[in-house]
Design a protein around this ligand. Structure first.
Ligand code: ZN
Length: 321
């Protein structure tokens, strides 16, 4: 009989530390899978997440391993799939930036976060629909159209702090504004509140956070990069989804409420720059940068996720030389 001593365990994260994120996200996916498996209605999601990125196959190159094969389950709240989609969207934005800068050299970026009163999770679908309509109304106003020339907008949800089954939805938007925004057409924070309140048709003042993306000083992390990463991250924080003290009730209800809803939107001169989640392909999730490296390398080194280690482990069965 083979023991671990005869057959040492080789972790992906030891062989290539830069791939450590796989362990983190796959472990989160395992927690989400467990929560889905607790409801007969969602066992199919549990099965799909079980298969998600179970095996990774890399092509060896002299300086690194290049990911060549993985299966993605595409369950909306799968932490691995959320991560891969956000990597794709970020990569696409970064690739598009130089062209945007060249086309609109005087335009600047503004980072806007819009919230509403926390709904109970059973009202989440209705709330999100109302927020989407409100955004459309606001985007049609003269004031908005006068300065905002394009936008990318994502939806993020966290758990509400005001109760077990409460949700805190918010929009993150990156607005591409023309140069008049910073002088005669400047929209102050309180004005954004008024515009958002009017668009929402509510009788309370919603919280709005707005910040111009300032050009970075030398040596500093790029502020636009930071704003892009903040806008294009997960839609629900994995630790929020996987919180298991409610037996998955919050996740199950949230899943029902957001079926077939889009969490990403683009408009104006940025319309269509990022594809919606359902159009993102397996291939794009596999290689978000779009760079097809090690094309002529037929060898594959396989790793399999092992829940009891919480890590990817080298797998001879998935390796071919
Ligand atoms: Zn997945």
């Amino acid at each position: 009989m083979m023991t671990y001593d005869d057959n040492p365990v080789n972790f992906l994260s030891d062989i290539q530390p830069s791939e450590k994120n796989w362990d983190t996200h796959r472990a989160e996916a395992e927690s989400v899978r467990l929560l889905y498996s607790l409801s007969t209605e969602f066992t199919k999601y549990a099965t799909r997440i079980y298969d998600c990125s179970q095996v990774l196959k890399f092509a060896p190159t002299p300086d690194k391993l290049v990911l060549k094969h993985a299966f993605f389950c595409r369950v909306r709240y799968c932490p691995v799939c959320q991560w891969r989609r956000s990597l794709l969207w970020r990569a696409v934005m970064f690739q598009q930036l130089p062209a945007i800068k060249e086309k609109y050299p005087a335009y600047r970026w503004v980072f806007l976060t819009l919230t509403v009163k926390n709904p109970h999770v059973t009202d989440f679908g209705e709330t999100l629909k109302a927020m989407n309509s409100a955004w459309q109304r606001m985007a049609q106003t003269k004031r908005f159209k006068g300065v905002v020339k394009g936008f990318i907008r994502t939806t993020e949800v966290t758990r509400g702090k005001d109760g077990e089954m409460m949700a805190h939805p918010h929009f993150h938007a990156l607005l591409l504004v023309d140069s008049t925004y910073f002088n005669r057409n400047y929209i102050k924070q309180y004005e954004w509140v008024t515009m958002w309140q009017k668009a929402l048709r509510v009788n309370y003042e919603p919280s709005v956070y707005v910040k111009a993306v300032k050009p970075s000083k030398e040596g500093e992390e790029d502020n636009l990069d930071k704003a892009i990463c903040e806008t294009l991250k997960y839609s629900v924080k994995p630790s929020n989804i996987a919180k298991d003290d409610d037996g998955g009730d919050w996740l199950h209800e949230m899943t029902k409420q957001t079926l077939n809803m889009r969490f990403i939107a683009t408009g104006g001169v940025l319309k269509g720059v990022l594809k919606p989640e359902e159009e993102v392909t397996q291939e794009e999730m596999l290689t978000p940068s779009g760079q097809d490296e090690a094309q002529d390398e037929p060898k594959r080194i396989g790793f399999r996720y092992m829940p009891h280690y919480g890590k990817y482990v080298y797998s001879l069965a998935h390796t071919n030389f």
